[in-house]
Ligand binder design. Structure first.
Ligand SMILES: Cc1cc2nc3c(=O)[nH]c(=O)nc-3n(C[C@H](O)[C@H](O)[C@H](O)COP(=O)(O)O)c2cc1C
Length: 338
């Protein structure tokens, strides 16, 4: 067992989840040799192109880990192929009442009802303008109304390599209740006319037939309205009495069983026109490989960083590189055409 699992994690888990996350965020602000801590192999076999952006490996940091985008430089130096900051909204948000995150260690999972707390697009644009770019950086954005979303996009796109539109947060009312299809269509068409960088859409997960129809319809709308890629998926809504709101989004291992199937179904529903980033419970090279074989171009991780620590990127990257070596191939040949 590594130092993270034997020493650091027990200390972090002695704190409430949000306090532990603040501490981890603080540590990432220290001038430590993050490249040496991450020790991610720089193997040309792992290189892959996502929406025209060249990545050194297909492992991305999922949105929500660095909501203020203040630690994207250190996270890039840890060895991620790309990092997604945010989600950022036009105006600062305090988020939902606390407690709003709970761990379920036996399932290596979490439930959160953060409600998109963030410092707002003006502050994040200032942070990004001065931060070093150590890996391609994407910024996740979400707003309730179209004019706000357009303003957030205009403020942040100049500082990002791509924008990921969060169309799937279960913890704000507009992420789940509104007429999602018409709203997404209008938003993407308006953004499409203005954007100069790739635009990706993050979709919710699905299990039932009805949910599948709703989400595949959103995926087709994204494709037809000109999105460049999809991230599948966000957290799954669940009830949880430990949270002040009584409900939140499930993340981590408990999600993984569905992730490759969702990737495969979304790729099929969109006739493989768009690259897909798999997200949901990915923690090992075998998980990543299953998603890539289901049609994903990259994978994104969040909860595995909490349970397995920063070396998780190196573990996934090394395992993928070993597989590629054995198969005498490279990532570019393994991922589906977009
Ligand atoms: C505490 C927490 C906060 C999150 N915040 C965001 C967010 O702001 N925007 C977003 O698109 N996803 C957010 N997510 C969802 C993750 O990006 C990811 O889609 C989800 O956790 C599934 O991946 P995982 O199982 O690897 O964690 C959050 C997840 C957690 C656990």
């Amino acid at each position: 067992m590594g130092v993270y699992r034997s020493v650091v994690r027990p200390l972090l888990f002695a704190l409430p989840p949000e306090a532990a996350h603040r501490l981890a965020h603080g540590l990432l602000g220290l001038p430590l040799p993050w490249e040496r801590i991450g020790r991610v192999p720089d193997d040309p076999r792992l290189r892959v192109t996502l929406c025209g952006i060249e990545l050194r490996n297909p492992i991305g940091l999922a949105a929500g880990f660095d909501k203020s985008c203040r630690r994207l430089d250190a996270l890039g130096r840890l060895g991620f192929g790309y990092v997604v900051g945010g989600t950022v909204t036009r105006h600062p948000r305090a988020g939902n009442p606390k407690p709003r995150v709970a761990r379920s260690p036996r399932q290596a999972s979490m439930v959160n009802a953060m409600g998109l707390p963030n410092p707002g697009a003006d502050a994040v644009a200032r942070t990004l303008a001065t931060g070093a770019r150590t890996a391609p950086r994407f910024v996740s954005i979400a707003d309730q109304d179209v004019p706000d979303a357009l303003a957030t996009h205009a403020l942040l796109e100049p500082h990002a390599d791509a924008i990921e539109l969060n169309a799937s947060c279960p913890n704000v009312s507009w992420g789940r209740d509104r007429d999602n299809e018409a709203h997404l269509d209008r938003l993407l068409r308006e953004l499409g006319a203005r954007r100069t960088k790739p635009l990706l859409v993050k979709l919710p997960p699905f299990r039932t037939r009805v949910e599948r129809e709703v989400v595949t319809a959103l995926a087709r709308i994204a494709r037809d309205a000109g999105a460049d890629g999809l991230t599948c998926s966000n957290t799954r809504p669940v009830r949880d009495p430990r949270l002040a709101t009584g409900a939140g989004g499930l993340s981590g291992r408990a999600l993984f069983a569905d992730t490759p199937r969702i990737v495969e179904e979304i790729r099929r529903a969109t006739e493989r026109a768009l690259p897909v980033n798999a997200c949901g419970g990915i923690a090992t090279a075998a998980d990543a490989l299953a998603c890539i074989e289901a049609g994903a171009t990259t994978v994104q991780v969040f909860t595995a960083m909490v349970y397995r620590g920063p070396r998780v990127v190196a573990e996934i990257a090394s395992g993928l590189a070993d597989t590629l070596r054995l198969r005498r191939t490279e990532m570019g040949a393994l991922v589906g055409p977009a």
